[in-house]
Design a binder for this molecule. Structure first.
Ligand code: HEM
Length: 139
């Protein structure tokens, strides 16, 4: 049986080969669904945008999000909400944008088992973020 780790790596590997505009597409889809995010990121160059997306992809590729990334997630959520003016919904919209672009960019390998494994990883990241977002909003 293929593990979720292999499926998610297969999806991102395929997307990297088949879509040279992956990063630009993610931000385009993100700003379409979340227009208020564009001005928040207007001062950031492509390098920083790419670094941020690389971090999100790294989290999606992490098999042990809760045990290994809890501290990092706490830090990013806190700084983004309190320092950068990012809203809770924007985090979830950003994940959805990454998912949509991944699905179309990895169409060549997209099949039922891979789709289910990829969906589990996105759910895990969204759930982990939701927990931190609740903590920040009550603190
Ligand atoms: C899990 C989700 C996210 C992670 C892990 C993440 C991570 C990061 C990282 C690592 C940086 C710093 C890059 C650098 O300077 O080298 C950054 C910057 C930034 N991110 Fe995110 N980000 C996330 C979601 C979001 C969302 C949804 C928004 C909404 C607009 C956002 C807005 C920003 C902004 C405005 C900055 C630049 C802050 C500044 O230096 O002025 N991020 N992010």
């Amino acid at each position: 049986m293929t593990s979720d780790q292999v499926w998610i790596e297969t999806a991102f590997d395929c997307a990297a080969v088949d879509n040279q505009n992956f990063n630009a597409d993610v931000y385009r889809v993100f700003y379409q669904s979340e227009p208020a995010a564009a001005p928040l990121m207007a001062h950031i160059d492509e390098l920083v945008q790419n670094k941020m997306l690389a971090e999100v992809v790294r989290l999606l590729l992490s098999p042990n999000l809760e045990s290994e990334e809890a501290g990092y997630l706490n830090f990013e959520v806190k700084t983004h909400i309190e320092g950068y003016g990012v809203s809770s919904l924007m985090f979830l919209s950003f994940n959805r944008a990454v998912f949509k672009v991944l699905r179309s960019s990895a169409a060549r390998v997209w099949e039922e088992d891979l789709a289910a494994a990829v969906a589990r990883r996105f759910t895990a990241l969204s759930e982990a973020l939701k927990e931190r977002l609740e903590d920040v909003s009550v603190s």
